[in-house]
Design a protein around this ligand. Structure first.
Ligand SMILES: *Cc1c(COP(=O)(O)O)cnc(C)c1O
Length: 373
């Protein structure tokens, strides 16, 4: 059994993917080939946003917009503590300071804690609040309605880290359509993945789009060797765009299957574990299906047993950001953000992909129910 079965997925789309890759090899259009613009148009239409800019990874999909905001060391960007390292790393790489926010029971950023932290920063006066980065963790689109009200009140930009939520929805709107700008990742294991690294940025703002387009290719100006600002090499490869064009065709179908699997998991596990809370107005992209065990020793026991019978289990995330060594300089203390710390001690993610069978799910749950007693 696989945690995410990319092999089975490839068998399904093999013929078309191979054909597309071969045609790029034949035409030698490895960089910025026609598939790039084709993909950007399809992604913008899918998400329902004016502009899409493909880029080299989910990390650069966050760095590029943050660079466009011209941040300084005293500028604060408020970000979920319970996330993958890249969310916070991008803020530092863009020159600013991350301020970590605790989660609510959905694992996403808690808007009440966000407002408290903004107020506290204003009181203290060392950092200048500039932006908010909500993360759609495990595929669940964050509560942008509330977050955007707070952003308006304090005049902050919102950059959505939608690396895990592509294909997900909230109030009938697709992930990546929220915030001033949104970044997603096409790392192979993400809901929409390519066969290497890749990402995309979405915005409705024309001016921001033009600046980000320039930053993506070394701060390019009017022509190739005219550079008007500092940028990066942030392009997506043409071959990856071709893979994504094929994978986009099966994304919604895969998500429907994953939804069924998640429902089956929750039915079988809800009396024994804390299963994910998906608000009624949301459709998760199900990047992960994550449950809470009793405590860290219970978790250890589960992982060992499941490993011994060949069922892969992952821990997302072992450390919340404020407990990461790389962020020691920000002086957070243990139990500062106790909800995310609690998740880090108790959470496990179960196999989740569109090629799991209902027998697989029954087997996994049977073992987990035994281990809960
Ligand atoms: C994967 C991920 C990223 C980074 O994406 P890459 O494509 O690996 O650079 C950023 N944020 C979150 C929440 C992620 O899960």
């Amino acid at each position: 059994m696989k945690f995410i079965d990319l092999g089975k997925q490839y068998q399904r789309i093999k013929e078309n993917v191979n054909k597309r890759i071969c045609s790029i090899l034949d035409s030698n259009t490895y960089i910025m080939g026609k598939e790039i613009t084709e993909l950007e148009k399809e992604l913008a239409d899918y998400v329902g946003r004016k502009h899409c800019l493909s880029c080299s990874s989910g990390t650069s999909a966050l760095i590029i917009p943050l660079m466009a905001y011209n941040l300084k060391e005293n500028d604060a960007v408020f970000v979920s503590s319970f996330t993958f390292f890249a969310s916070a790393e991008a803020i530092v790489l863009a020159g600013a300071t991350p301020v970590f926010i605790d989660s609510d029971e959905t694992y996403n950023l808690n808007p009440e804690k966000l407002e408290e932290a903004i107020e506290a920063a204003l009181q203290e006066g060392k950092l200048i609040p500039k932006g908010i980065m909500p993360v759609d963790i495990f595929g669940l689109v964050a509560d942008y309605e509330t977050i955007e009200k707070i952003a308006k009140k304090y005049d902050l930009f919102v950059i959505s880290d939608a690396a895990q939520s592509f294909g997900g929805e909230r109030d009938g709107k697709k992930a990546c359509s929220f915030g001033d700008v949104a970044g997603t990742s096409f790392f192979p294991a993400k809901p929409l993945g390519c066969y290497g690294d890749g990402g995309a940025i979405f915005t409705d703002n024309d001016e921001l789009y033009e600046v980000m387009k320039s930053i993506r290719i070394h701060g390019q100006g009017e022509s190739k060797y005219d550079n008007v600002r500092i940028g990066i090499n942030g392009r997506l490869d043409t071959i990856q765009a071709a893979v994504l064009l094929e994978k986009l065709k099966i994304l919604d179908d895969e998500r429907r299957v994953k939804l069924k699997i998640a429902t089956q998991y929750s039915e079988l596990l809800k009396d024994y574990y804390e299963v994910p809370i998906i608000p009624d107005n949301c459709e998760s992209a199900l990047a992960q299906y994550t449950i809470l065990t009793k405590d860290s020793s219970h978790r250890e026991q589960i992982i060992q047993h499941m490993e011994s019978i060949g069922i892969p289990i992952m821990i997302y995330y072992v450390y919340p950001m404020h407990m990461q060594k790389a962020f020691e300089y920000l002086n957070y203390k243990p139990s500062d953000l106790h909800v995310s710390e609690n998740f880090s001690k108790r959470a496990i993610s179960l196999p989740m992909h569109a090629y799991l069978t209902s027998d697989d799910v029954n087997l996994i749950c049977e073992e987990l129910v035994k281990l809960a007693k």
